[in-house]
Each structure stands twice: as C-alpha cells, then as structure tokens.
Write a protein that binds this ligand. Sequence first.
Ligand SMILES: [Zn+2]
Length: 153
Amino acid sequence: MTESVSAYASLYPLITYYLNRLNDWGLCFRKCKVCGRIFLAKSQRYGLCGDKCRKKQALQNKREFDERARKNNYDLLYKNECQNWRNKINKAKKTEGFPADRLEEMLTAFEAFKKEALQRKKAVKERTANPKEFTDWLYQQSDIILRLSEKSS
Ligand SMILES: [Zn+2]
C-alpha cells in the first residue's frame, strides 16, 4: 500500500508539468455535453468534442425548437428567441477573455435580428406571410447567434 502511494506520488511532478504545459498552450480539459467524453479544448467555451456531437446537438436544438413552435404561437416563439439571444450575449459578456470584437458583432446581429423579426411578425399579422415561414426564419436566426458565441478564435 505504502509502495503504491509513493509510486503515484512520484508521478505528481510529471502531471503538474503537463498541466502547466497545457495551460501554456491555452488548452483545457472539457467534458462533452453530448457524449460525456473528456477532451482537450482551446477554451472553456467549447462544450462539444467534435463534429459528430455538434451535429447531434444541432438536431436536438432543432427538435426542441419545433416542439416549442408547436406549443407556442409565433409571437411567444419570437419572445423566446429574443431571450435566447440575450442569454448568449450575457454569457459572452461574463466569459473571461471573450473577444470584444465578436461581442460587438453579436450585439449588431441582435439589433438586425430584432428589426427584421418585427417586420416579418407584422407581415404575419397582416396575413401577407404565414406563421410557418416566420418560425422557420426564426430558427435559422438562432443558428447565427449560436455560431457567433461558439466560433473558434
Ligand atoms: Zn462528444
């Protein structure tokens, strides 16, 4: 028992060395939100280990969005989507080292999103556009803010 403990203890300097190196290279350990695997990421912002899990997550997001669309009317869906954008922007604001120019990009995109959404919402109200068109468009917009909040630097 004592021997095995000292065997591990002798590894500590090695482990410390590699953890410091990872830190120097700007890498950190993250747990994938989809498959639960531990992976090395360039920043704390990364929550998915690779393309396969990113696709799975996107599919899941689309399903949840459609589910909400069924339950809510388009007006409520728009409000939910606005909240989604605000949440992503607030999270970016709180993230240490989040690029300021990208945050600026997110805020500009949010203004453009709201402006166009109000026009489209008005068109649905006046029956010159159908609600499905509007909710499909809303979903595509949520991809924009997602990409801006996760895009690699
Ligand atoms: Zn994964």
